[in-house]
Write a new protein. Structure first.
Length: 141
């Protein structure tokens, strides 16, 4: 599952902005064969006095952590492609916001410590995972 946690100061995202960003993120993962329900996006609004960059309060900031569990990048070039892809998703939502500090990072977590609705997800690319993607729901396999 990709878990995107978006920490941000007030006024960065409207409710519609959040929906558009979360949908765009899910769209990409679906295009590479993952079930949409694997994708979880959480928005956490933080007061500027609780958001520090370089030890100073940040009046306009976004910090995104992304946990990849369902898939991992096999090498440096794949990791660079992933970073560029994430940047392309974020740019339209963040560019042009005056004084905004924003950054992201991705962690790749073992899928051996992952369950959805009490079920261990099927192997990546398997017929069972493809079925999950088609039905957008967990099921026995």
């Amino acid at each position: 599952m990709p878990l995107w946690t978006v920490h941000h100061t007030p006024g960065i995202f409207t409710d519609d902005d959040k929906h558009q960003l979360a949908a765009g993120i899910a769209d990409h993962y679906q295009q590479v064969g993952l079930p949409r329900f694997y994708v979880v996006t959480l928005f956490h609004e933080m007061r500027p006095e609780d958001f520090y960059v370089g030890g100073e309060p940040c009046p306009a900031g976004v910090r995104i952590t992304i946990d990849h569990i369902a898939r991992h990048n096999p090498d440096q070039e794949a990791r660079r492609r992933t970073a560029r892809w994430i940047d392309r998703i974020l740019q339209p939502h963040l560019e042009g916001k005056a004084g905004l500090h924003w950054e992201f990072h991705v962690d790749e977590t073992s899928d051996e410590l992952w369950m959805i609705n009490g079920v261990v997800p099927p192997p990546g690319g398997s017929d069972a995972e493809q079925h999950w993607a088609k039905t957008n729901a967990t099921s026995s396999y």
